[in-house]
Design a binder for this molecule. Sequence first.
Ligand SMILES: [Mn+2]
Length: 371
Amino acid sequence: MLFAHIADTHLGYRQYNLDEREEDFYRSFREAVDRIIDEGCRFVVHSGDLFDEPRPHVKALVVVREELERLREEGIKFYCIAGNHDLLMRSGAVPPHRLYPEMEFLTPKKPARVHGDVLIAGLPYFSKLHSRVLLERLAELEKLAERHRRSVLLLHQGIDRYLGVGYELRMNELPAGFSYYALGHVHKPLLDSYAGGIVAYPGSTEVWRGDEIEVYEKMGKGFYLADTEAKEPEEVEWVKLRSVRRFVKLRVSSEEELEALPEPGDGKPVVRLELQCRTESFQRLYSEVMRRLADRVLYVDVRRLSQEEERRASPAKGLDVYELLGSYLRERSEAERSFAAELLRLLEDGRTEDAVKVAEEFFSRRWGGGR
Ligand SMILES: [Mn+2]
């Protein structure tokens, strides 16, 4: 039975505060639904971060309403879980997914469904601080999977093998016995094997952050198509979306290089411009680039690369702030390191409320604050 695996659509995200960027995320999602219907999928699994926020813009809610309706007309079920972006980490909070009765929303209370003869199970995002609960729940799902010949597991977690210090789950902590591990959270597509099953992250459907550009240049953005009978990663098909906004990376270090500035190409791309220069020449170089590019691009996301940064951001590997944090805290306990990483992630995402919650929990557990 053919199914689609998509994740991290971040609907409602308004990158650079631009109308166009908000629309881009909707357009990619609509194209994905078109392709899912055209390919004749029988169901879709969405591995979290459907929305960019736990309280999405009304437009994002309406887009999901319309696309779910199109899928429903074709008899295609939509299974999904909450990611770290569309989940408010507070007891009693209602996730936006509750608005759609036709959505098969997998929750800790009701984590599994059966589609034909295929078990579809999933859990929302769990922060590293709650990994014990997550592991208990996964053990229950592993038992459930033993009773089914084919099964799909939806999770929105970073796994140590694919992520630096910011991971929540170790590879060997994944339960065994599932035929397809439909993962979300890592924004770069990847396929792997585990315990006889297929492990897959389709990544995000638009460039959500600048550090996704390199992989995007090689693979584009998209989702996976798989048969529930598939056993090897090679059997999974990558569907590259055509309507994704182009991102172009440019590095300029002198005025001479400006003469050879490449054409940004069709479709008004976003240019990620790295100016490698001294502070005093930054403004002049930047104005000159803008003068040449402004009407041919949607946006120029500029950063100045100092020589120090240049050295650290070696061509082989970008600067990973989580890795830096990990090495800085290497003397500390594992719990403290993951707390710091979790806090950084939440603050990076502008989720101050959740960050306070996580900090309160961490310190009350630690000092027995009794609340
Ligand atoms: Mn995400």
